[in-house]
Design a protein around this ligand. Structure first.
Ligand code: BV8
Ligand code: ZN
Length: 246
């Protein structure tokens, strides 16, 4: 067990079944599973900048490079499993009557951990779609060989994730704004809170009276506005909080 975790009386008093809870997770919650984060020293971006890879233009300019970068990430994700942080959120979901889990992650680990009704703001790296006809290609055996593979219509297949400069799925972000503005307790977990519009969710929660708690290894863009920062590994802090649920 890592360093001692202490929480405020205020937070303790909010850990009741009828508290409306919203969770926002970022790459940090998957770090202990072995998924490299985006901006850490071992971050995915160390060789490339986000603009070079996670954008539509980058894909059109160099479909093979972008496709292979996602294949590299999918390989990492295939070998790993959810960690105690993901599993603790499954316990949260069964404890709190009104609970929403919103994630920026595309690794599918919340699904694998057993969370239900996950709001995936940035898509899912395990899904693919055709850039021409939009057909979803869950598995690629219907696709024509190539790097990237081709849809039977001739279009290039791309990962079904939201790239920089692309709109988020309308329904997902609408719902995320709605529940964030109506909750009592908002957790921002393992995110540097740099990427918008996801990073505006804790701000909206705070503005609407929620108690906002951040779980991170170090301060972030929103540390100045949250009510409480729990510094530590999410794989340790979250199971500690689960133990406090009556
Ligand atoms: C949009 C999917 C409207 C792909 C991702 C100029 C032009 C166009 C847009 C913009 C622009 N300038 C700004 C914007 C908006 C832009 C943006 O926010 N840019 C940022 C970089 C400034 N946003 C967009 O483009 C969004 N769309 O705005 O549409 C629009 C439409 C058209 C034209 C204009 C506007 C789309 C954003 C979605 C991008 N897609 N992912 C892929 O994954 O390949 S974002 C990517 O970053 C991931 O989803 C990731 O989750 C997300 C956020 O990063 P984090 O999760 O926070 O990860 P990070 O590494 O940064 O931090 C990890 C944290 O964990 C750290 O704090 C670390 O301390 C902590 N940690 C580490 N280990 C642990 C831990 N914490 C706890 N425990 C641990 N063990
Ligand atoms: Zn097609």
């Amino acid at each position: 067990m890592g360093q001692e975790i202490s929480i405020s009386e205020r937070l303790r008093s909010l850990l009741l079944k009828d508290t409306k809870v919203v969770i926002l997770t970022g790459a940090g919650i998957s770090a202990e599973s072995g998924v490299p984060t985006f901006r850490g020293e071992e971050g995915l971006w160390k060789k490339f900048r986000p603009e070079e890879l996670a954008t539509f233009d980058a894909f059109m300019a160099n479909p093979q490079l972008v496709w292979e970068w996602y294949e590299y990430r999918r390989k990492i994700i295939e070998e790993i499993k959810p960690n105690p942080g993901h599993l603790a959120l499954v316990d949260f979901q069964s404890y709190f009557e009104k609970f929403d889990l919103i994630t920026q992650n595309v690794d599918g680990l919340h699904h694998q951990a057993g969370s239900k009704k996950i709001i995936e703001l940035h898509g899912n790296i395990k899904r693919n779609k055709c850039i021409r006809c939009g057909e979803k290609h869950e598995d690629l055996n219907k696709a024509l060989p190539g790097i990237p593979p081709k849809c039977p219509c001739g279009g290039n297949i791309r990962p079904d994730v939201v790239w920089f400069g692309e709109m988020l799925p309308q329904e997902a972000i609408q719902y995320a704004f709605e529940v964030s503005s109506a909750c009592d307790l908002f957790f921002s977990i393992g995110t540097s809170a740099v990427v918008h519009p996801a990073a505006s969710l804790p701000v909206i929660a705070k503005r609407n009276g929620a108690y906002v708690v951040e779980v991170n290894l170090s301060p972030t863009e929103i540390s100045h506005l949250v009510d409480e920062s729990l510094f530590g590994k999410s794989g340790e802090v979250l199971p500690f909080l689960v133990k406090l649920l009556k």
